[in-house]
Design a protein around this ligand. Structure first.
Ligand code: NAD
Ligand code: LMR
Length: 317
């Protein structure tokens, strides 16, 4: 059986890390596309040369020609610009909207049967633009953000409780911006919900509130430290978890940005909710029960995404 073909649109910090992880995990062969084809080709060759050391045979190439992504099984999109200190993700809308429109055209022409994961910010609007302009079915176009935000939440909780990250589950829902919704009630240590752990005296509500706040600002914390660019190791690992669930039909339950069609009382835009990802793409949207406060926070986050879609429409891209 031929190896799977994975196209990476954007060969920057996340693109390069994705290619390396795909090799190490032997998920398939990689084609990297970038407006700087030399960078894409150079990274592809460099990573392929680590294959003999690490024991993987993935073929890797870099290109500036969309025709090279023809027939890809999975496409992961990171093309565009990252934010710099002092910027919000929403400030990237104008520049990245044009980039994503070009990418949508490339995917539509050369690999309309692919499973597509968008990472480019502002995430919820960019993945919506990608789906609308490529015309691919919504169950095969998803946005990566919730897995990353939830991983940050899990890490901070594991550090607070001094337990393994493996025993911490967490969900961050809503849009990937300042209004994201870390759901404490649905976050657990070995199945014990965080509010119960507070009642048991293992931590305090103040400490949990501080963790929730740090999670919601997790991207900005890294942007400030790096000074030029944004996080890339954890974002790449998060997208790989989604790609793996599709390629291996694992049916993992992951928070992803998907097109809502009445679920959660919302429709016609992308936002982060728990979904099952398997060989058919998004196989189920999981509707968790919200308290009135959680519902208000989720709706506020949806309103922020919808407003940015209106801003996008005014651009006329
Ligand atoms: N969704 C998330 O959770 C999340 C997490 C981290 C970063 N991001 C976003 O991902 C994007 C990429 O981040 P990065 O750190 O890899 O940035 P980067 O600058 O390192 O890489 C981006 C790459 O895109 C390329 N590019 C620009 N215009 C292009 C075009 N029209 N066609 C093809 N390639 C093009 C650039 O040449 C560059 O190599 C940013 O928008 C960033 O904000 C999102
Ligand atoms: O913060 C950013 O700009 C990048 C990304 O969205 C993140 O959360 O790390």
């Amino acid at each position: 059986m031929a190896r799977k073909k994975i196209a990476l649109i954007g060969a920057g910090n996340i693109g390069g890390t994705l290619a390396h992880l795909i090799g190490l995990k032997e998920l398939g062969d990689v084609v990297m596309f970038d407006v700087f084809p030399g960078v894409a080709a150079g990274k592809a060759l460099d990573i392929m040369q680590s294959g003999p050391v690490d024991g993987f045979d993935s073929a890797m190439s870099g290109t500036g020609d969309y025709a090279a992504i023809a027939g890809a099984d999975v496409v992961i999109v990171t093309a565009g610009f990252p934010r710099m200190p002092g910027m919000t993700r929403d400030d990237l809308l104008t520049k990245n909207a044009g980039v994503i429109s070009q990418v949508a055209e490339g995917i539509k022409t050369y690999c309309p049967n692919a499973f597509v994961i968008c990472i480019t910010n502002p995430l919820d609007v960019m993945v919506w633009v990608l789906q609308q302009k490529s015309g691919l079915p919504p169950e095969r176009v998803v946005g990566m953000a919730g897995v990353l935000d939830s991983a940050r939440f899990r890490l901070f909780l594991a550090q607070e409780f001094n337990v393994s990250v493996e025993d911490v589950t967490a969900f961050v829902l809503g849009g990937h911006g300042d209004t994201m919704v870390p759901l404490t009630r649905y976050s657990t240590v070995a199945g014990i919900p965080v509010p119960d752990l507070v009642k048991m005296g293992w931590t305090t509500q103040e400490k949990i509130d501080a963790i929730v706040n740090r999670t919601a600002n997790g991207g900005g914390e890294i942007v400030k430290l790096l000074e030029k660019g944004s996080a890339f190791y954890a974002p790449a690992a998060s997208a790989i978890a989604m790609a793996e669930s599709y390629l291996l039909d694992k049916k993992r339950v992951l928070p992803c940005a998907v097109l809502l069609n009445g679920e959660y009382g919302q429709k016609d835009f992308y936002v982060g909710v728990p979904v099952v990802i398997g060989g058919n793409g998004v196989e189920k949207i999981v509707e968790v029960q919200f308290t009135p406060e959680e519902k208000a926070a989720f709706d506020k986050s949806c309103d922020a995404v919808k407003k940015l879609i209106e801003d996008f429409k005014k651009l006329g891209v």
